[in-house]
Write a protein that binds this ligand. Structure first.
Ligand code: IPM
Ligand code: MN
Length: 370
């Protein structure tokens, strides 16, 4: 891999900039200590971009994202933009990035770090050792389906409507990602939809079953309704290995799965596009948590989700598994040492700031690299 890997950093809104400041230290550390260097460019997205340019992402930033080897995003949104029209709202910047980069596969791991077992709201025996990978379809379904709108029927009845639609290539390409991941993990996929109610759900199940029979018969495949999946996630989460689901169900189920681990502040994600002819795939990495405007600017946020997103970036975009392992091991050791940000605070532990969490992680990385 050449030295000139390009990285576009989009801190965004709320706690985005403060957690990203900690990640930048990790990026510098990788350069200094491991010879992993990036050309880093930083730009605006979300409300910050709206305030500067009147759009949640400018065309120039969008182009930079399309050209970068990888994008690392903080978070978008905040109450100060509540009154802004939907097409300019902070979330629109995120959705445009996903759609125009064609990032159809969203990987959301829900892993319980052993030192944090007690931080979960579930009993330790239910969550200890938990390791689920949710593969959420990210560029289709009701998020983007047409027609959609708010209108008035001829008889004067007002209505709002969205449209859930999936084509067979859209289902197939994300299902392939799920099956391929399963082969490297526990070899099991739960495909989740509502085929008891929705035509698109019947079609989803049919297409996943067909692909499984044709190409992935060695992987165990189970089908599950989305409501049952939500229930099973809190009842017996360790039955899952890879969960494959659509955009909307994936949004809900990934928040639920995330909370099993104790805090949204711990969970990274990767959004991947197709591999092109040159073996390159567009990719964006971001924490599952949002911009948390209530705690923004107070240096109390947990930077680990974004730091672990950078570690996913090293692993999935650049094949730097050993470097990613080092960051994850350091995070585990750090938690083992009893240091906690507010979101994962437990009795007897030391509560630290976002900055201290970042600095302490670097020290753990130093120890591991010594
Ligand atoms: C997520 C978020 C987004 C989504 C919002 C901010 C548009 O909740 O990444 O899960 O709904 O996809
Ligand atoms: Mn969400």
């Amino acid at each position: 891999m050449s030295a000139n890997k390009t990285l576009l950093v989009l801190p965004g809104d709320g706690i985005g900039p403060e957690v990203m400041a900690q990640v930048r230290k990790v990026v510098d550390w990788m350069d200094r200590r491991r010879g992993v260097s990036f050309d880093v460019r930083e730009d605006l997205v979300g409300g910050a971009a709206y305030d500067a340019h009147g759009a949640a992402i400018s065309d120039a930033t969008m182009q930079a994202a399309l050209d970068a080897d990888a994008v690392l995003l903080g978070a978008v949104g905040g109450p100060q933009w509540d009154g802004v029209a939907r097409e300019h709202r902070p979330e629109a910047g995120l959705l445009r990035l996903r759609k125009e980069m064609d990032l159809f596969a969203n990987l959301r791991p829900a892993m319980v770090f052993a030192p944090l077992v007690g931080a979960s709201t579930l009993k330790p025996e239910i969550v200890s050792g938990l390791d689920i990978m949710i593969v959420r379809e990210l560029t289709g379904g009701v998020y983007f389906g047409q027609p959609r709108g708010i209108d008035t029927l001829p008889d004067g009845t007002r209505r709002g409507f969205d449209n859930q639609t999936y084509t067979h290539p859209e289902i197939e390409r994300v299902a392939e990602v799920a099956f391929e991941l399963a082969r490297k993990r526990g070899n099991k996929v739960h495909s989740v939809e509502k085929s008891n109610v929705m035509e698109s759900g019947i079609f989803w199940r049919r297409e996943v079953t067909r692909l499984h029979g044709e190409t992935y018969a060695d992987v165990t495949l189970e089908h599950m309704y989305a409501d049952n999946c939500a229930m099973q996630l809190v009842r017996r989460p360790k039955q899952f290995d890879v969960i494959l689901t659509d955009n909307l169900f994936g949004d809900l189920l990934s928040d639920c799965a995330a909370m099993l681990t104790g805090s949204l502040g711990m969970l990274p994600s990767a959004s991947l596009g197709a591999v092109d002819g040159g073996g390159r795939r567009r990719a964006m990495y971001e924490p599952v948590h949002g911009s948390a405007p209530d705690i923004a600017g107070r240096d109390v946020a947990n930077p680990l989700a974004t730091i672990l997103s950078f570690s996913m970036l090293l692993r999935y975009s650049f094949g730097l598994g050993a470097d990613a392992d080092l960051i994850e091991q350091a995070a585990n050791n750090l938690l083992q040492s009893g240091i906690r940000t507010a979101d994962i605070m437990q009795d007897g532990m030391a509560r630290v700031s976002c900055t201290t969490m970042g600095d302490s992680l670097l020290r753990e990385m130093d120890k591991l690299a010594a």
